[in-house]
Design a protein around this ligand. Structure first.
Ligand code: GSH
Ligand code: FE2
Length: 354
């Protein structure tokens, strides 16, 4: 199986990508709206087909990326029937199976943080995705969205602590940077829920957490009750060229597009002068601004005209797109593959050797 743990630093949320190595069918558990580009880029770079996005619950602290992923990649949206969310394609019942390729997850009802929480357990019981039911040495709060500490205590015991001790637990959040735990560890060391702790002790602990409500709660809950569909559809992606966003966080343009639009953009070559005038030559009309001088010379460039950045292989120019972004340039893209690919595809060059 292909497995990746992804993190949203704004809300300390974990998103999990699971995919069948053979069929390339993939599932994303708890995607975050603002990370949709990143997640879609990873799915594409790994050569996967996103079948489904799967929510552990209606989140109170961030908006789900489920709806936006459906628009971008055609994935279906799954959430528990008990969540009360509208706009999903699949409403899961307790113990329903969710397949991706030859693998499957079982939806286990773990209400308590919210009344519609589900945890997802992998077919061989080696991994459990517990959302906000069980954290690493902690658990989700129970003071809103029909939260119920009694229910959470019982669900953790009946649905999670019955899993093998070496089953890895991947939570919905971690606020300290921890990434994974196991059922055995949590049964022993969870300060709220360890096996030795009684239900009333747990309820007392949860009643006195005294946490402020999540900052995004008033926005996040209504949006998540619609599976992340925004009130107004905004175009988040730049539309001046058919750009691709890489998992590395760079917008890229393909050589064939640039060749047809040489006059519509400013082309900046960030190599050194001897390379610009060397055997590879340069893109017709390109302006030479070596990477080391780019920030200082950025005022020479227009912010309103789109900028395409070029170097030998596409690496220094990728860094240059980040530098120009920091200087306030919004329409910037990297020429994918740099001069090497430009020459390999036999597009016109100025200077250079044959
Ligand atoms: N400061 C965070 C709080 C987030 C929060 O309350 N998270 C919930 C999960 S949705 C929780 O259970 N937190 C447990 C804790 O903070 O101990 C925010 O404003 O977003
Ligand atoms: Fe939550």
């Amino acid at each position: 199986m292909i497995f990746r743990q992804l993190f949203d630093p704004q809300s300390s949320t974990y998103t999990y990508l699971l995919a069948d190595r053979v069929t390339r069918e993939a599932i994303l558990i708890d995607p975050v709206f603002e990370q949709t580009r990143r997640d879609a880029a990873l799915v594409e770079e790994l050569g996967l087909r996103l079948k489904l996005s799967l929510e552990t619950h209606v989140h109170a602290d961030h908006v789900t990326g489920a709806w936006l992923l459906k628009q971008k990649l055609g994935s279906r949206i799954a959430i528990s029937a008990a969540s009360g969310a509208e706009g999903a394609d699949v409403y899961l019942r307790p113990y329903e199976k969710v397949a991706f390729g030859t693998r499957e997850l079982e939806a286990r009802p773990t209400a308590g943080h919210t009344s519609g929480c589900m945890s997802y357990v992998l077919d061989d019981r080696s991994m459990a995705f517990t959302g906000d039911a069980l954290f690493i040495r902690g658990c989700g709060r129970t003071d809103f969205q029909n939260g119920d500490a009694h229910a959470l205590y019982r669900a953790v015991r009946s649905e999670l602590f019955t899993l093998p001790d070496d089953c890895l637990v991947y939570p919905g959040h971690d606020y300290r940077g921890l990434t994974v735990t196991s059922i055995g560890e949590e049964k022993l060391y969870n300060p709220r829920l360890a096996e030795s702790i009684g239900e009333n002790d747990f309820v007392g602990y949860m009643t006195h957490l005294g946490l402020p409500h999540p900052k995004q709660m008033d926005v996040a809950v209504p949006a998540n009750l619609k599976c992340g569909r925004p009130e107004k559809t905004t175009t988040l992606d730049p539309d001046w060229a058919p750009l691709t966003y890489t998992f590395a966080g760079i917008w890229e343009v393909q050589p064939h597009w640039l060749e047809e639009h040489l006059r519509d953009v400013q082309i900046v070559d960030v190599r050194e002068p001897d390379e610009f005038n060397g055997p590879l030559g340069h893109v017709p009309g390109a302006r030479l601004i070596p990477l080391g001088t780019l920030t200082a010379r950025a005022p020479e460039l227009s912010k309103s005209q789109p900028t395409v950045i070029v170097c030998r292989s596409g690496a220094r120019s990728a860094q240059a797109t980040i530098l120009l972004g920091k200087c306030g340039f919004e329409k910037v893209a990297n020429l994918s593959g740099g001069m090497l690919r430009w020459r390999a595809q036999r597009f016109a060059v100025q200077g250079g050797a044959d």
